[in-house]
Design a protein around this ligand. Structure first.
Ligand code: HEM
Length: 475
């Protein structure tokens, strides 16, 4: 059992004025929380544009996300900006359009397809291991940049069956960092009641969104050219599934614009979230050498010196628990926003149409009433029968109900694989004087990055392993 308490922003002690709250939320949505936010069932805050409610109580969360999900569509405040990047893709749509998109996308993420993309995931992870091997023992590595690189590479390979070129990846990273900043700021200004026409950020956001969309569209064009030229392309990637997808009710296929919208969603929702939690997971294990040693031993027992195989995944139980615990403490999507479409009563509060409801995995998964030692990093809690009820009622890193994350199984497979392969080859240590500061905007990241020292586990075999991996990558 571990008793390590990882970084968390200091709770506020004094009540903030509404304007102060807006200014602080602009910095990060988890820096305005009070100590009591982690023990209350429900709360509400006034903002200049509308009243917002936070629901933590499991039965209320269940009403919003599962039982009465139709009454609580996705909030329009973020949708406006996200549309510049994702068009009317599945992450932002609502109602009949969303249902149709989900029917067509679900098959691309069923268990069989996730198994099919395992080799592509493994190749990108092996490339990451090779990159780490190039560092000298004890080098300080910018871990969050590495986790962004590997997860973007994985989603790119699984969509297009080809690696992400480094120039493309840099263009996408730069445009997305800027886009995230603008989209989040726009959401906050909207809450502050600033009229839309005054929010100039949207022009810049559209520009950044278009840079990413053009790059992603090129891959679709290449595939359609190959198909038109009659070249036999027997690919088992996500693009192949989307090209084959037909609406079971109408028989319609995705149009070119639909494909760009959905691929933009999958690419961004599919790498930014995984990159965020993996960075935190590595920071957590770096601070708990006994956890790292257990991860290493499990990986050695599961695949040792041979290539990891899909069948090994079921034997990586501890890696699974470490990843789940990282998702509990640092849920990449820390707040989910919904709009009330009709009047509802929650406890003693009358929620009016148009008011906003937040469900926060960050608050719920650190809630003092639902979790024992809620701020402690303890992966073993997931195998403890006593925490079963907390896991059932107060654990939702991938959301729940009809709008549950489409890529949850994909993300679990990739997260466990990356953790196991890294722990097999390397040991991580914290860097003296560097403590990451969590901030939540569109996703939960560290304001000052995540840096760790990396050491090879097997100094003698490391060079040979790096050479082998480079050969595999070249082949
Ligand atoms: C650890 C990684 C991930 C986490 C924690 C995560 C979490 C979430 C959450 C909480 C939502 C719901 C958001 C809301 O309702 O406001 C969501 C939706 C979604 N996620 Fe993920 N996600 C992850 C990885 C992925 C991956 C790898 C993909 C695709 C390859 C993906 C695709 C999507 C899509 C398409 C949606 C929208 C689903 C809908 O609205 O019907 N996610 N994700």
């Amino acid at each position: 059992m571990s008793d390590y308490i990882p970084p968390k922003p200091k709770s506020r002690t004094r009540k903030l004025s509404p304007w102060r709250r807006i200014i602080d939320v602009r910095h990060s949505s988890i820096s305005v929380l009070y100590d009591r936010s982690y023990s209350m069932h429900m709360g509400d805050v006034w903002t200049p544009s509308r009243r917002c409610y936070f629901v933590n109580q499991p039965d209320l969360v269940n009403r919003v996300l599962v039982k009465e999900a139709d009454r609580f569509p996705k909030s329009t405040s973020m949708g406006v900006m996200l549309e510049y990047l994702m068009g009317t893709g599945v992450f932002v749509s609502n109602g009949a359009l969303w249902r149709k998109q989900r029917r067509m996308l679900d098959p691309a993420f069923d268990q069989a397809r996730i198994r099919d993309v395992f080799p592509l995931m493994r190749e990108a992870t092996e490339d990451m291991v090779a990159r780490f091997h190039r560092h000298a023992d004890g080098d300080v590595v910018a871990i969050d940049e590495e986790t962004t690189h590997v997860t973007a590479d994985i989603i790119f390979r699984t969509i297009y069956s080809r690696p992400l070129e480094s120039e493309e990846s840099q263009q996408i990273f730069r445009a997305f960092v800027r886009f995230q900043e603008l989209a989040y700021a726009h959401g906050v200004w909207e809450l502050a009641g600033v009229p839309k026409w005054l929010s100039l950020g949207r022009f810049f956001a559209r520009r950044q969104g278009n840079i990413i969309r053009r790059l992603l569209e090129r891959g679709i064009q290449d595939r359609q050219d190959e198909l038109a030229a009659g070249e036999a392309v027997q690919r088992k990637d996500i693009l192949a599934s989307l090209l084959e997808a037909r609406d079971p009710e109408t028989g319609e296929a995705f149009t070119r614009k639909d494909l760009v919208d959905q691929i933009s969603v999958l690419f961004l929702a599919g790498h930014e979230t995984s990159a965020s939690v993996l960075g935190w997971a590595l920071y957590l294990i770096a601070n708990c050498p006994h956890v790292q040693d257990r991860l290493h031993a499990e990986a050695v027992a599961a695949f040792g010196d041979r290539r990891a195989a899909f069948g090994d995944m079921k034997n990586l139980k501890f890696a699974r628990d470490v990843f789940r615990e990282a998702l509990r403490l640092y849920p990449p999507v820390s707040f989910m926003s919904r709009d009330a479409s009709e009047p509802v009563t929650f406890r003693d509060k009358q929620v009016k149409p148009g008011e906003m409801i937040f469900v926060s995995p960050w608050l719920i998964q650190r809630h003092k009433k639902y979790w024992d030692r809620s701020d402690v990093f303890d992966p073993d809690r997931f195998s403890d029968p006593e925490s079963r009820e907390s896991q059932r009622a107060a654990y939702l890193p991938f959301s729940a109900g009809p709008r549950v994350c489409l890529g949850a199984s994909f993300a679990m497979q990739e997260g466990i694989l990356i953790l196991a392969l890294l722990a097999r080859h390397f040991r991580f240590e914290p860097v003296k004087g560097h403590t990451p500061r969590p901030i939540a905007r569109l996703t939960l990241r560290s304001e000052n990055g995540i840096r760790l020292r990396v050491f090879r586990r097997d100094a003698d075999g490391a060079e040979a392993a790096a050479r082998d991996l480079e050969h595999q990558v070249e082949a």
